[in-house]
Design a protein around this ligand. Structure first.
Ligand code: MN3
Length: 201
């Protein structure tokens, strides 16, 4: 059975950037629903119950009756498990080897931030914007719709922002741009650095 991972901070830890009510609903309702729906989908196929969520969202041939459910809910579970860790109280100062690499590939940190924010702003409808490592080991900014994971496309996510309305609507209503600007204040660069180092070897 898949389980909701522990949230690494209290619901109000990211105030005023991410409000406590949004955190609570996002984590206890939205993420929990992905977990529940994923469990319901794999229950129909005992062989799939032994797989990890990463295996499930990267297996090319899933049984047709659960393919969409696993793509949406497996992706939702995986993406949100990372998303909580990509934020932290009192974070927001970009640092580390990953930032050196960002500067190298995007020209400057500000240029990267601008391009990433632009991608997040222009993602049409529900989805995510990512900083990923491609198979050549270079950093790229990508977008995905719904709960599709970069892993499914062969990319390794290093950082990502959830731009579904449920991530910001209570506090920011339609102002996704304000949410994106606030989110940079809580990006946990220590975690981003961990993922980068783990994946570049
Ligand atoms: Mn979400």
């Amino acid at each position: 059975m898949f389980k909701l991972p522990p949230l690494p901070y209290n619901f109000d830890a990211l105030e005023p950037y991410i409000d406590a009510r949004t955190m609570e609903i996002h984590y206890t309702k939205h993420h929990q629903a992905y977990v529940n729906n994923l469990n319901a989908a794999v229950e129909k196929h005992p062989d799939l119950q032994k797989k990890t969520v990463i295996e499930l969202i990267t297996i090319v041939e899933l049984p047709e009756d659960v393919r969409t459910a696993i793509r949406n809910n497996g992706g939702g579970h995986y993406n949100h498990s990372l998303f909580w860790e990509w934020m932290a109280k009192g974070a927001g100062v970009p640092k580390g080897k990953v930032v050196d690499e960002i500067v190298k590939q995007f020209g400057s940190y500000d240029e990267f931030k601008e391009q990433f924010s632009q991608a997040a702003k222009t993602q049409f409808g529900s989805g995510w914007t990512w900083l990923v490592l491609n198979q050549a080991g270079n950093l790229e900014i990508t977008q995905s719709a719904d709960q599709d994971s970069p892993l499914t496309e062969g990319y390794t996510p290093i950082l990502g922002i959830d731009v579904w309305e449920h991530a910001y609507y209570l506090k920011y209503q339609n102002r996704r741009v304000d949410y994106i600007a606030a989110w940079w204040e809580v990006v946990n660069w220590d975690r981003v650095e961990d993922l980068y180092r783990k994946n570049v070897g």
